[in-house]
Design a protein around this ligand. Sequence first.
Ligand SMILES: Cc1ncc(COP(=O)(O)O)c(C=O)c1O
Length: 395
Amino acid sequence: MDRETRLVHAGRDPERQEGIVNLPLYRASTILYPTMAAYEGRFERRYTSYAYGIHGTPTTIALAEAVAELSGGARTLLTSSGLSAVTQALAAFLRRDDHLLIADTVYQPTRVFCSDVLARYGVEVTFYDPRVGRGIADLIRPSTRVVYLESPGSQTFEVQDVPAIAAAARARGAVVILDNTWATPLNFRAFEHGVDVEIQALTKFVAGHSDLLLGAVTTRTEELYRVVRDGASTFGDCPAPDVCYEALRGLRTLAVRLRHHEASALRVAEWLGRRPEVVRILHPALPGDPGHAIWKRDFRGSSSLFAVLLRTRSEKAVAAMVDGLGLFKIGASFGGFESLIVPARPERTVRPWSERGFLLRLHIGLETVEDLIADLEAGLGRLGATLRDQGEDVA
Ligand SMILES: Cc1ncc(COP(=O)(O)O)c(C=O)c1O
């Protein structure tokens, strides 16, 4: 069965729910046991059934099962946010004196967690160039426990050679963790490319409506699942069932929304790429992009999110463009129904960001493309007018 068909049916069984289409919302802290002996044996139950609210209710387990099925992984652990999926996965596998290799282009708060918190707990953290490919082998040490990837990279969209990096890492016994939020498992099948642990911020495309926070850690094996499950339970991290119920609704329409986001983003990106105010578009699905060949080889589609490098460094001119936009709103996150735009300020240590110009990150929502282009066209008009007032040239 195709994954898009599974998305519609996964994690529910109307025949066992009185014919009700959606699984009811189960909320719980306390879960009751029939006997004292059953209660004493509750620890194993947290992997297989309901033990205490923190380990899940039928609603959260339904979403976890549906996400695991979508990903093609063994099991999924749900966490309270996308960021907590990142931190729980890393904390579960790393110990003092372990070495972590992490892409230089990861989501900024992931970077902060590694260089502040993990380093404080005695983990040695090395950032690597996302384009390292099989050269990662030279960076792996006997103590390297985790190799962490995010592809494409946050804000600058470098595509990583996941199969090459994963093969080298696994050959040396390291756990391969990938943040797959941009592509989702519909567009990048992490486990078919050698990944051990896949992270998704379900906040984005799965939720799809900018109204909840949720994370998922999906593992290749049951054994890996138990490591992250134990870690998250120890930290006390879990999502509310209500949020999982909302995410299950989002999951049903993920495929159609994502296809719409993808098609519209490509049209807006191509239009922007022809504008004289633009140096280049950072979007791996565009043929001119440095990551295009690997993207074409490994991905099944693209996403709503890309960046545009403007041919100016004038904050004033860019603010005139962005502040006056009508449809594009200024706000963090992505994956929701409305379009967003934010300034991107990549922080890199391996290869500092040095391209001339002003970088903007766009999320293309579900509005009609012509309306979005008209909004951007007017914005570029304001940018040009401000530059001319300052005595600068647009192109
Ligand atoms: C790639 C990536 N991973 C993780 C996260 C964190 O997700 P959340 O906002 O749910 O904490 C984000 C948020 O923007 C993200 O872009």
